[in-house]
Design a protein around this ligand. Sequence first.
Ligand SMILES: [Zn+2]
Length: 339
Amino acid sequence: MVVDGSWWTGGALVVLAWHNVEGTWQWPAPAGAGAAGFRRQMRALRAATNVVPLDEALQALSAGRRLPPRAVAITFDDGYRDNLDVAVPILRELGLPATVFLVPDLLDGNLDPWWERLAWAVTTAEDPLLEFEGGIYPLTDERTRRTTLDRLQEVLKRRTDAERRAAVAQITESLTCRGPQHDPRRMFLDWEGARALVRAGIGIGSHTTGHAILARETPHAQREDLIGSRRRLQDELDLPIDVLAYPNGQVGDYSAETIAAARAAGYSHSVTAWGLVNGPQTEVHEIRRRLLSPTDPATKVLLGIGYRTVVGGGDDVQRSHAELSSTDGVHPKVDEDRY
Ligand SMILES: [Zn+2]
């Protein structure tokens, strides 16, 4: 990856994105590993970058105002409950701002996110294989289950939201899952939890009404969705909602019609899930954003956003900060073993 070194010296913004902190069906992790990893990542970012609030940073960027050097914004998508229970205490302790992109239908408690339901079914099925639309998907061990899940998700992401929900219902009904149950209400925040995020000083953005992958829907449906989700979040949480995060967020998951709908609905900016560095010229409805997992080593996070080498982690990153500022991030040694 080539990063223009000038972004370190000011005028540019890197936006990072997480989903859950602790393990879920979709992103399994040993208990506690997510919280520990996320804390290390946050300490490394605090030591090595300037973490800024997303909305203010985007406004400044678009207005041509100068951002601090090494400006990084922290975001979360979907509204997993552990954003409030696990991430917020860590962010608060370290004094770091963050933004969570929420889905009104999920906060209502009447939406079961298709990716978690599918991952639950594929992970816990007692069947040795799944037959779906003429295809055979093995479920014999952990590895084949993961491959099956990846294949199904790729197929389903190309469909409309209604088609995808119907397919997930068909798949889950065809499998025998008698083990642990999937409970979206425990996994995701409700409105009370969303209000607790606001009270904790977390910024809020829209992640659509029901997490449809926008470009698969009609232009009319996209407009209705984006107007409705913005209005609902503003009314319930009593604060302006100016930033949108596109579900799935890759090129092709939003279209020219999506951007027109986002403008018409009144969003000032929209964030994607691809690319890295944003400058004053970046299209405001195509803000680059890098997805991370809480178990990614903190060194990998820093290397991924432009540091050429990183020494140590945690407290060591803190100690190396002064050095880093004066040497443009060049250090003699990479040590990932600590993570
Ligand atoms: Zn999402």
